[in-house]
Design a protein around this ligand. Sequence first.
Ligand SMILES: Cc1ncc(COP(=O)(O)O)c(C=O)c1O
Length: 483
Amino acid sequence: MHTPHHTQADTLDPEDWGALRAQGHRMLDDMFDYMEQIRSGPVWQPIPDSVSAEFRLPLPQQSGDIAAAHETFMRSILPYAVGNAHPGFMGWVHGGGTPVGMLAEMLAAGLNANLGGRDQMPIEVERQVLRWVCELFGFPEDASGLFVTGTSMATLIAVLVARHAALGPEVRKLGIAASGKRLTAYTSAGAHGCIAKMMDIAGLGADTLRMIPVNAHYEMDIIALEQTIAADIAQGHIPFFIAATAGTVNTGAIDPLGDVADVAKRNHLWFHVDGAYGALAMLSPKIAPRLAGLEQADSVAFDFHKWGQVPYDAGFVLIRDRQQHFDTFSSPAAYLRRDTQGMAGGSPWPCDFGPDLSRGFRALKAWFTLQVYGTEKLGQVVEHTCEVAQYLGLRIAQTPELELLAPVSLNIVCFRFRCSDPDRINAEIVVALQKSGIAAPSATTLDGKLAIRAAIVNHRTNKGDIDALIQATLALGAANIAS
Ligand SMILES: Cc1ncc(COP(=O)(O)O)c(C=O)c1O
């Protein structure tokens, strides 16, 4: 039955849809302009005090004007974002986003779907993306998976499923201590800090994670891994989890995934792959063979918002054993009662596979991105970023004032300006580069040396941006020495 059409003054919908429509079109146009003209502005600029002051005002009580809020966004928010959509952004590991992803996000916001559960097409979209991920990674069709905020949350879910597999269902009621078992886990010294953090949050303790040394290519040393596992077993520990990395955050190294899979199998350990950005190298037929072994993982954590260029946030966790995944998180509740028909159908629901009950429609922007660009084009983007990184490595090798600090494995380049007191000066160069608005790398420490670190993730970054980075680095380095 339809309710008759009439305007209600007490809803949040506009009285004048026409005016809002025109306002919406202006907002959309502004964002198209932002993306189309992104090169013409700086990557980043410091936030003036007067701008931050605008966001220290009291809670508004009276209705405001959307046009005024939009004007504030354009003037005081948009110019002072971190700038990862800009081709000169090379810091940390940030994707560039796409206009298609932006539009999909708008559709998802309009639909306002809650993907915790129930029988609805948005969940079918998420299941479609899951099947595509299984196909891409060589996983069985019945593997399970879920969109989450990012690889950090995906890692927590993987650790909890592995913990459940090691300790059995009792752990959910009695906690870890009741088992009396001392679990240990393994990753490389080059691994991301989220793995130790999730060991802590999962109640296992960050110290249960053994940091295995790396070789000259910053890849996990397999012999050291086996020796550490053997030593732990001899001391009465119970090894349960190995996290290999496909694309480390510092240098882009890929651990020998096939060898790690073998060690995991021999010792009956859970084999997890942190593929935060690197797993999507599977999109490139050229690079994919270097990830051989990924298809054997028990779990993979990765982000569509990095190399996949999907707008933030769009992390994903993939788990081989659907039953184990379900058993780790499903929690019956009367108000979440399932049915075979009606809206309460479609069980199991996403909330049975993770900690979240209410969940947004992240899947739509990933579905649109895959549907519109296709894996060939997205794979070419991955390859292109690696070629741009190789070009930066080459330019560094040809420039006597610069020194490469690690081999360029994928898309990350660590280097520095040669000088006395290099740690201080290179840290200053990174800050000055960011403030210049020309190029924005970040800094890291490699073997005790401060490195300028450029991660080429954004599909818009090209060789001209690398030339600008080199030129600005040399100028700032020379000026720093002179001063
Ligand atoms: C290798 C690696 N693992 C984990 C993470 C954490 O991912 P997220 O920021 O999506 O939680 C990152 C982030 O850059 C990463 O590079």
